[in-house]
Design a binder for this molecule. Structure first.
Ligand code: GLU
Length: 511
């Protein structure tokens, strides 16, 4: 295969969309797999849609996600910079090049000046609408004489330049690497505007000129662009450029199969990161939106290196891919489970630090050193780790870890039919058992568990009694709620002093 050169060519109109991340990722994976070059080109020719800071934001997000490009626009020392032999890589800096190619097309009569007013075009569209015809320019200005054109240009009349589509060209056929053979008749292709009246090229002209000049071998982009591809093919032909290969990746859908949109939830990669999805999860998740390794494989968890090894365009699906948030949560849980505790702490602390309950707890813990606080949070994480769907869930389901005074109804302490007196005995026995443990013993989660389980297993007061007689009041005393991690885990997290204090408080509630 000749050199692989692919590009991600976003328009900087906002944050990076999950669909954009997937397009970038597929390009990246394809380039890495075949030792190719991955280029980031900025398509900023639509001046009305530009958002300040969007380019920087986009580059930073791609970097955070580990989807690194080799050539194109970068951030260096805080400022935008370009690297590579085919630059500039921002289209707004390439205007003279597009003008030059537009003039070439005019000279070879593959394109023509059009002076039609907005009102004429609107009337034309209305007429076509009425007759149930597809909207299409009627080549009116193609009939203008050379002299008339010169005159109108000399008078600075506003104009656009249009592609002169030859209907006799017949079928335009291309082999999409994902969708197979695609055929569109030239008569169904509009005389597309190539240069706008503001002197900026349209997407169509810029993309074809740049893909050629930047020697792009494979155009891998979203399916929403497939209807533009015949226009691009005609333009490549008109300019005498060889064709790149095309691969259109499937649309992203909401669970109701409508096109994924902001209205149905978040679409920006940053939103998912700020909700506590790991970057590794997001990469893995978007890779599987429209691709799997095929041949009966059920593997769902892939590192980025495994993706490079296994990804291929030939196994990208044609059908739209549903963006399933439940699957995303499942996958994130799997990734969080695998994090080393210190790593989970590093990544989770910023999320926890945002929570009001945590801020309050920290405020009350002046007696604890920074190290003790860190050790406490790590114990919480150890208990919660396997069930976290998102980093922002840390502490949410177990607020009693970060509460100094529990408020609950004392009656909740009684297990089944047990009386307050029986509950008191159980709590006193727990108190006694736990006070026997030294601070060193307390460091071992298993030791706390064993001693409490042994106690719970002792002969119950009544024949029908069981472990619950002992464990239930202890759980409620430590947490104030019915559902929580096991009382051993909670006691281990809280430590000796706090656990004994909570049991004492519970006993008081019984009187
Ligand atoms: N600028 C287009 C976008 O914003 C790129 C389409 C293409 O890759 O050709 O998605």
């Amino acid at each position: 295969m000749s050199e692989i050169r692919v590009r991600f060519a976003p328009s900087p109109t906002g944050q990076l969309h999950v669909g954009g991340l997937r397009t970038a990722l597929y390009n990246y994976l394809f380039a890495k797999k075949y030792d190719g070059t991955f280029i980031l080109r900025i398509e900023d020719t639509d001046q009305n849609r530009l958002i300040p800071g969007a380019v920087e934001n986009l580059i930073r997000t791609l970097d955070t996600m580990g989807v690194h490009h080799d050539e194109g626009v970068f951030i260096e020392n805080g400022a935008l910079a370009q690297k590579g032999e085919y630059g500039p890589y921002a289209q707004s800096e390439r205007l003279p090049t597009y003008k030059e190619y537009a003039q070439k097309l005019i000279k070879s009569e593959k394109a023509y000046y059009c002076f039609c007013s907005i009102s004429r075009l609107a009337a034309l569209r209305e007429e076509q609408n009425k007759n149930k015809l597809a909207p299409k320019y009627d080549k009116y200005c193609l009939r203008l004489s050379h002299e008339e054109i010169e005159e109108r240009l000399a008078e600075n009349e506003p104009y656009v330049i249009r592609l002169n589509v030859d209907e006799n060209r017949g079928d335009i056929v291309f082999d999409d690497l994902i969708r197979g053979t695609v055929t569109i008749h030239a008569r169904d292709v509009d005389d597309q505007v190539l240069m706008k009246s503001d002197g900026f090229p349209t997407y169509h002209l810029a993309v074809v000129v740049d893909d050629h000049l930047m020697q792009i071998s494979h155009v891998i982009r979203g399916e929403e662009w497939i209807s533009s591809t015949p226009k691009h093919i005609l333009l490549h032909e008109a300019l005498g450029f060889p064709l790149p290969k095309f691969a259109h990746i499937p649309l992203l859908l909401n669970p109701d199969k409508s096109k994924l949109s902001k209205r149905q939830g978040d679409v920006a990669v940053e939103d998912y990161l700020s909700k506590g999805y790991l970057k590794e999860t997001l990469i893995n998740f978007v890779a599987l939106l429209g691709w799997n390794p095929g041949s009966g494989s059920t593997q769902e968890i892939f590192t980025i290196d495994e993706l490079v090894e296994k990804f291929d365009l030939s196994s990208v699906h044609k059908a739209g891919a549903v963006f399933d948030l439940k699957k995303l949560d499942w996958m994130n849980t799997e990734y969080i489970k695998k994090l080393a505790l210190d790593d989970l702490y590093e990544r989770g602390l910023p999320f926890l630090s945002e929570k009001e309950f945590f801020k309050e707890w920290v405020g009350h813990q002046n007696i604890l050193s920074e190290e003790e606080k860190m050790a406490f949070v790590k114990r919480v994480l150890k208990i919660e780790q396997d069930r976290l769907a998102k980093l922002s869930d840390i502490g949410e389901n177990n607020p009693f870890f970060f509460t100094n005074v529990l408020s609950y109804d004392g009656a909740l302490l009684n297990w089944k039919q047990n009386t307050a007196e029986e509950t008191r005995k159980a709590l006193e026995s727990a108190q006694e058992t736990l006070s026997l443990l030294s601070d060193t013993d307390w460091k071992g989660k298993e030791i706390v568990e064993k001693i409490l389980m042994d106690k719970a297993g002792e002969k119950p007061a009544r024949p029908e009694g069981g472990k619950g007689d002992f464990l239930w009041p202890l759980r409620v005393a430590l947490t104030g709620v019915q559902h929580s991690p096991s009382p051993f885990d909670v006691a281990w997290v809280l430590g000796k002093e706090e656990s004994l204090k909570r049991i004492t408080d519970a006993i008081k509630k019984l009187s």
